[in-house]
Design a protein. Structure first.
Ligand SMILES: O=C(O)CCC(=O)C(=O)O
Ligand SMILES: [Fe+2]
Length: 339
């Protein structure tokens, strides 16, 4: 169990938001019906993609593209990332979050990338009961970011490299399926360490209610995300208009399509809304890698007629920020639909 001093003042902040509302109530979540049918997130064995057998490669690639269209989410096993590296990542992450809150929030660790709760939340349904380090890949090898956490650096460097390799492999499959060459895509879009980032998440146990968001419903503003979660559970995604819980699988990484691939594929691949629910008794950890383009990359659809106007990643990010400020939440891709 974590020392009290490590956890940010989530309870105080959350309670204040609840009491500042016109009609206060602790439980925040509407629209949280879980599909208790037997929908299970597809599990794709990537061994086929990495081997020499052409038929196995084609079969694996078609599973990836089908899951990206039907679910926008899938799990991968035999993904080539060393399980020992994943284990070390988690160990280092746990140590990092044990740092007293006062230090995490003020000492500039990891390029000042520490965030907690939802500073702009005015209602319980846009409050996230979590803390995170949101680390740009450019800073990952920078020794001066690490303070006393010297052993974290090598693990983060290795983890980021492994994620980048896997993300590129998956992106290549998705691009080729659109009839495009990776080379042509990479001429327009630069996804490298200048723009990608890692987010280390901690969701402290939440004694107030199990109906509070660890992470509010959202889509990811990237091409794709690769997530490793622990065994606690809590991640849910929308499938056929219902929330489906993702059962933790210790051998799997979770992949989801982000907004930019949805736009690029003219809605063939789906950027699906997902959220995390808190656990009343147990804290939860996850690490997410985000494959993002450079800010000046032009996001356009691969075929005409295009559902979306062309936009740069900088314009997309600016719109997301503006909406968060003005309406309190991200509106996302629909802002760029052609009228
Ligand atoms: O922690 C999780 O399971 C999900 C995190 C997530 O959706 C994100 O970081 O964008
Ligand atoms: Fe996400």
């Amino acid at each position: 169990m974590y020392a009290f001093e490590s956890t940010p003042p989530l309870a105080q902040h959350y309670t204040k938001i609840v009491h500042d509302q016109a009609h206060p109530k602790i439980s925040c979540v509407q629209n949280s019906r879980i599909d208790d049918g037997c929908q299970e997130l597809p599990i794709i064995d990537l061994a086929g993609l990495m081997g020499d057998d052409e038929d196995a490669r084609v079969k694996c690639a078609s599973q990836i593209t089908a899951a990206s269209s039907e679910w926008g989410f899938f799990q991968v096993v035999n993904h080539g990332v060393n399980p020992e590296l994943i284990k070390q990542m988690r160990k280092e992450q746990i140590e990092l979050f044990k740092t007293p809150f006062s230090r995490k929030s003020s000492c500039g660790l990891l390029n000042n990338s520490y965030r907690w709760g939802s500073p702009s939340a005015t209602t319980p349904d846009n409050f996230s009961w979590s803390e995170a380090f949101h680390i740009p890949l450019t800073k990952i090898s920078d020794q001066s970011c690490y303070g006393e956490f010297t052993s974290l650096r090598a693990v983060l460097v290795g983890y980021a490299a492994a994620m980048q390799k896997l993300a590129k492999l998956l992106a290549e499959v998705l691009i080729k399926n659109l009839g495009q060459k990776l080379q042509d895509f990479e001429e327009t879009i630069k996804c490298d360490e200048t723009t990608c980032f890692l987010r280390l998440n901690r969701y402290p146990a939440c004694p107030l209610s199990a109906e509070i968001f660890g992470f509010v419903p959202h889509t990811d503003s990237d091409f794709l995300t690769i997530l490793h979660q622990d065994q606690v559970g809590g991640l849910q995604l929308i499938k056929d208009s219902k929330w489906v819980a993702v059962k933790p699988n210790k051998d799997a990484l979770i992949v989801n399509i982000g907004d930019l691939f949805q736009a690029w594929s003219n809605n063939l691949y789906k950027s699906v809304e997902h959220k995390v629910m808190v656990n009343p008794n147990i804290e939860r950890f996850s690490v997410a890698y985000f494959l993002c383009p450079s800010y000046d990359s032009l996001i356009k659809t691969y075929k005409q007629p295009s559902l979306y106007t062309n936009f740069t990643f900088a314009e997309y990010r600016a719109k997301v920020r503006e909406d968060a400020r003005l309406v309190g939440r991200k509106i996302g891709l629909s802002r760029f639909l052609r009228s």
